[in-house]
Design a binder for this molecule. Structure first.
Ligand code: IMP
Ligand code: MG
Length: 180
């Protein structure tokens, strides 16, 4: 079991499994026949997944534009849990085929907020991609069009996902199981 920052990490999805799944996802995505797509990666958690997926898309024959939006769902008081834009995209999404990428689909609040925003701005089509789906935790009526893996209801780290900004560099997705 890998030990990082004096913690034992159980591997849930290995680097090899993720790479294989990314290629499969790219092949599925190109079948949806998107016109000059605009990929929007939701920061920060999806940056590693998005970096790999856009290169898998290149290998599959797709040449998207790539943008970033920073969304937070955290904060206190009556606004707690309500997604907010910390940094917006620069592109005009009006009339565009938009592909939104996130790391985890959990309650669905983040992807629903971002999808609705792009629709309000006049996107022609919005597709949603999540590396991991914690479907048991859903509280909004939303599903992703493309999912990497169904995820157990555990707090996961690695492959861009963090706890207190740590563990993002891990090439796999794992769970911190305790002190080493
Ligand atoms: P949702 O809005 O409830 O669907 O939550 C999705 C967001 O919560 C994702 O963009 C992640 O950034 C974050 N998140 C949910 N579960 C985890 C986890 O296990 N590890 C790290 N981040 C998580
Ligand atoms: Mg996130």
């Amino acid at each position: 079991m890998p030990i990082v920052r004096d913690k034992k990490i159980e591997i849930l999805f290995s680097a090899e499994e993720i790479a294989k799944r990314n290629s499969e996802l790219a092949e599925e995505i190109i079948l949806s026949d998107l016109k000059n797509p605009l990929v929007i990666s939701i920061l920060k958690g999806s940056f590693v997944f998005a970096a790999d997926l856009i290169r898998a898309l290149h290998h599959a024959g797709l040449s998207p534009e790539v943008e970033f939006i920073s969304i937070t769902s955290y904060g206190g008081g009556i606004e707690a849990g309500k997604p907010k834009i910390l940094r917006d995209v620069e592109s005009d999404v009006n009339g565009r085929d938009v592909i939104i990428i996130d790391d985890i689909l959990e309650s669905g609040g983040t992807l629903k907020f971002t999808r609705d925003l792009m629709r309000e701005r006049g996107a022609n089509h919005v597709s949603l991609i999540a590396l991991l789906d914690k479907s048991e935790r859903r509280s909004h009526a939303i599903e992703a069009d493309f999912v990497g893996f169904e995820c157990p209801d555990k707090f996961v780290v690695g492959y861009g996902m963090d706890v207190g900004h740590a563990f993002r560099e891990l090439p796999f997705v794992g769970v911190v199981t305790g002190e080493a």
